[in-house]
Design a binder for this molecule. Structure first.
Ligand code: NAD
Length: 471
């Protein structure tokens, strides 16, 4: 869908009008669809609080990019000479930084912070250089999962990072800069590679002010092909004939998966066309049909010998304020957006269709986090998805994970149907001053679906440009 204001405000004349009237000026976000492109390019400034556990892993991960690494030389931060890594890290003093110098990313290891006084290291690192971050740059802090901290003081200092990063994201978002915290449980620092690559790359263009949690998991010793992370995997995407579902199917196929695209029989023509465009196959089926769970189970057993990735994307809205909402609006919406997902997963587990290390990804919404006028049914279904993911994530075995994305305002046919003024407000009320693209949601889902995201389980990731709605 088209955002005319975004286009006009990025034209030469529009830019001066927008500036003169002091209107929001959304930048053109950097996105990257090529699989052979480095995940990060340019100059990266890093450091950490003394005693941290993640800096070596951070340097090793960054060493796989084409970025040049610099460690900020300021007491009491960790110095370049203290970092034990094969990756070249040069020392850089704060007073040697040219005001015009631009860093593509700032990365800080905060896992060494155990007291609230030590939070000062965060200030020492970011304060002198925050204005030197490039347009569409990236800011990432790696911390320790607050609920896994040994003392209340440590939990306080680690949780403080969340408020810090959310504020920094709001201060820098107008330049297309994003900022996140990756929280690792103690001992899981070796699991940060996949979230770190995602957060630093253009693939997280519309994700900002978020936290991601990683926990311990068995790390494969085999070399991993980051350019084709889903090679050999079989995926099912529901609601794949258009919008976000179409983008998910295309993105998973780009990453090497064989994709089965599912949608209602009425959408079969568009569905066949999406499937054909990615060398996948189409499965025309209403997910609420009583036979759907068994049809899906036997399809994957017979045709593919199992299933590696399921993306529960199909969803509808049926908006009416509660007093005016007809019963069938409630019933059909809860059945499509919530109950059918459970029934399908139950059958796939019961019939042992899921392969080892399978990935389940659900699609929630910021409406499910904040609620919305006229959407009591929709918001209930989408917060239900969050409850389901958080609970099921604790029960899964065999390396299976479940996570959810919670999109904000995404430019699709669903949002094009919203009345103009409400649509404009939805688009602009976020730190990046624009709506997201279906591909932004798809990239987050591809990240969750990766075998490299083994330690990423039970997360709800907002893809909303840090919408002002909700937390
Ligand atoms: P869309 O209406 O463009 O696509 C939804 C697809 O789901 C359609 O192709 C539809 O035919 C299919 N579908 C509906 N009922 C089905 C059923 N019973 N069986 C099989 N398929 C069915 O919507 P979208 O904007 O692409 O949204 C995709 C998902 O993202 C939905 O779950 C939606 O709630 C969620 N979401 C969207 C936004 C947004 O801004 N667009 C924001 C938050 C969440």
């Amino acid at each position: 869908m088209s955002d005319l204001y975004h286009k006009v405000s990025n034209s030469p004349v529009g830019r001066s009008v927008v500036s003169a009237l002091n209107l929001p000026a959304p930048v053109v976000l950097e996105r990257q669809n090529r699989t052979d492109a480095p995940f990060l390019e340019g100059e990266v400034l890093l450091s950490g609080a003394p005693g941290g556990a993640a800096l070596e892993t951070i340097c090793t991960v960054l060493g796989a990019s084409t970025a040049s690494l610099f460690a900020l030389d300021a007491k009491p931060l960790v110095a370049a000479s203290d970092i034990k890594t094969k990756t070249k890290v040069s020392a850089l003093k704060a007073d040697a930084i040219d005001p015009k110098q631009r860093f593509k990313a700032l990365v800080f290891d905060a896992t060494g912070i155990t007291t609230t006084e030590q939070l000062k290291t965060v200030y020492e690192f970011f304060h002198p250089v925050i204005r030197n971050v490039a347009k569409c740059g990236r800011i990432v802090i790696v911390g320790t999962e607050p609920s896994a901290c040994a003392t209340p003081a440590m939990a306080a200092s680690q949780k403080a990072l969340e408020g810090f990063i959310r504020s920094v994201a709001k201060e820098t978002g107008k330049k297309g800069i994003t900022a996140q915290v990756i929280y690792a449980t103690p001992g899981a620092e070796n699991q940060i590679e996949s979230p770190l690559r995602f957060c630093l790359s253009p693939r997280s263009a519309y994700v900002s002010g978020q936290t991601l949690s990683v926990s311990k998991a068995t790390k494969s010793k085999a070399a991993f092909d980051w350019s084709s992370p889903l090679k050999g995997k079989v995926a099912l995407v529901t609601g794949a004939s258009r919008g976000i579902g179409e983008a998910i199917a295309k993105t998973l196929a780009r990453d090497g998966a064989t994709v089965v695209c599912l949608d209602v029989p009425q959408a079969n023509e568009a569905l066949e066309s999406v499937a054909a465009s990615i060398g996948g196959s189409a499965l025309a089926l209403d997910i609420t049909a009583p036979e759907a769970p068994e049809v899906i189970s036997s399809h994957f057993q017979k045709e593919h010998g199992g299933l590696d990735i399921i993306v529960h994307n199909a969803g509808v809205t049926r908006d009416k304020t509660l007093g005016r909402m007809p019963e069938h609006f409630w019933d059909m919406l809860i059945d499509i957006n919530l109950s059918s997902e459970e029934r399908i997963n139950d059958a796939l587990f019961a019939n042992e269709v899921f392969n080892k290390n399978a990935r389940i990804v659900c699609v929630s919404s910021i409406s499910g986090i904040a609620g919305n006028v006229g959407q009591s049914n929709y918001a209930a279904s989408k917060s239900g998805v969050i409850g389901y993911v958080e609970s099921l994530s604790k029960q899964l075995k065999g390396g299976v994970t479940i996570n959810a994305v919670a999109p904000g305002f995404i430019e699709t046919q669903m949002t094009a149907a919203i009345p103009f003024m409400i649509r404009e407000a939805g688009r602009r009320m976020n730190s990046l001053n624009q709506g997201g693209q279906p591909e932004d949601v798809a990239e987050a889902i591809a990240f969750f679906s990766s075998p490299a995201s083994q330690g990423v389980n039970g997360n709800i990731l907002r893809v909303c440009g840090q919408s002002l709605i909700g937390k």
